[in-house]
Write a protein that binds this ligand. Structure first.
Ligand code: FES
Ligand SMILES: [Fe+2]
Length: 441
């Protein structure tokens, strides 16, 4: 009797041994995180949401602002996370300070939410209290009517409340936690792994925010496994290997490495390069006709084509390993930053919690690219949309359509928690880190 084709044993081809350049690619040992269910209440309960805020969001480092959007002294950008709003403003010395976006007088927001602009000073619109851009108090109209504010010594306490900021990768990061470790310690191996891509030299080319009807973790989860490709994105199976995916837990962060331009071993036609693969191949001067009967080799041909031009390219190919020339190096920076990373571009998702409702969130989509010197570039307008108001492209539309349905299902009396397999190890790892912050359920 003939044995059935064992697609799960189809290996991933490699050009050769790692040349010792680029992002470390070695598989790390998987931590033993058990097999228990992850309680659904983490996604649905207001009580858990409040605990998450107090013990996690207010303790970790978070992504604040893209540096290129606030290049000059006085440039500012506001950013919301949960119940808080923050202002990031470029200082005269080139540093970036972060402040809670709230007026100490009666609590008005100083600047609009999710906005940007230039300021010589911040003046509250309600009663015109005013601050310098370094947060120091500048003026209180009719100050003599505040008997408690007559002593100049109180000026210091009336400065804007600052958050700690630091910078990495062309981004301003911040934390509400005065006692937090340094950003470098929080990021762990992330800079070492991702600096070869030169994010700080990339340009932001697309930036939008969508209101989604799901918990922020429902969104994070959806991008941390390729197990759902067969169900939600079946068309990707013709050019992406969802099975030979290396997962690594990197301290509190994690990653998976997804081979592109190679058919999934699940895909029925292992003999013909798919139309999508044709597109990728032609883009890099590779003739797909040469790969009839052996489409898995196309990925290696693309790697070789990019390696051949590495010194004449605007892309940082010379500092990347072979697999990085074709694949998606996909990283998650705890708690809410997801990065699809390629040699040329980086597609970033930031999943932000709603202020009060565990069934709602803000999804930020930011697209970055290395542009040739002299390429005209305008910063994209940042707009916030409702779910379904615009298309995010086929793949993200598929994810976005599914997420509210998952969120709804998690409220069912018949559903009590996530059952996770080894392809979903990143989700289990994420929950272990979350639990280390928030405590047991
Ligand atoms: S609330 Fe801002 S000046 Fe009164
Ligand atoms: Fe997806």
């Amino acid at each position: 009797m003939a044995t059935a084709f064992d697609w799960k044993s189809v290996p991933l081809d490699r050009v050769g041994p790692d040349h010792g350049i680029g992002t470390p690619a070695a598989k790390l040992p998987d931590p033993d995180l058990g097999t228990g269910k992850i309680p659904a209440a983490r996604y649905t309960s207001k009580d858990y949401m409040a605990r998450e805020w107090a013990a996690m969001w207010t303790k970790v480092w978070l992504l604040g602002a893209r540096e290129e959007l606030i290049p000059d002294a006085g440039d500012w950008l506001s950013h919301e996370v949960g119940t808080e709003s923050f202002i990031f403003v470029r200082q005269a010395d080139g540093e970036v300070k972060g402040f809670f976006n709230v007026c100490p007088h009666r609590g008005n927001r100083l600047v609009p939410k999710d906005a940007s602009g230039f300021a010589n000073s911040f003046r509250c619109g309600y009663h015109h209290w005013e601050w310098q851009t370094d947060g120091g108090l500048k003026n209180i109209p009719d100050r003599e009517t505040f008997s408690q504010l007559q002593d100049a010594a109180v000026d210091c306490a009336l400065g804007l409340k600052e958050v700690r900021t630091d910078r990495w990768g062309g981004f301003v990061w911040f934390t509400m936690n005065r006692q937090a470790e340094s950003l470098r310690d929080f990021l762990g191996v992330i800079p070492e792994h991702l600096d070869p891509y030169k994010f700080e030299a990339m340009k932001l080319i697309d930036w939008k925010t969508i209101r989604w009807d799901c918990n922020w973790k429902t969104s994070v989860d959806a991008f941390n496994e390729t197990y759902h490709v067969q169900g939600i994105h079946p068309e990707l199976l013709s050019w992406l290997d969802d099975w030979n995916v290396q997962i690594d837990c990197l301290g509190i962060h994690n990653r998976y490495l997804v081979p592109f331009t190679t058919p999934s071993p699940r895909y029925e036609d292992q003999a013909t390069p798919s139309p999508m693969m044709h597109g990728f191949a032609q883009l890099h001067g590779v003739d797909p006709a040469d790969y009839e009967g052996r489409p898995r080799q196309l990925r290696l041909a693309i790697q070789k084509a990019k390696r051949a031009i590495q010194h004449d390219s605007i892309y940082p190919y010379a500092g990347l390993n072979d697999d990085q020339l074709s694949d998606d190096y996909h990283y998650m920076i705890f708690p809410n930053v997801t990065m699809n990373i390629y040699g040329e571009t980086m597609l970033m998702f930031v999943s932000r919690p709603h202020p009060t409702d565990p069934d709602k969130m803000l999804f930020d989509l930011l697209n970055f690219a290395h542009l040739a010197p002299g390429t005209p570039h305008q910063f994209p307008e940042h707009t916030t949309y409702d779910h379904g108001q615009i298309s995010l492209g086929q793949v993200l539309d598929q994810d976005a359509f599914n997420l509210p349905v998952v969120q709804e299902g998690m409220h069912s009396a018949a559903y009590d928690g996530l059952i996770l397999g080894s392809q979903e190890l990143r989700i289990r790892h994420f929950h272990k880190v979350l639990e280390d912050y928030v405590g047991p359920d």
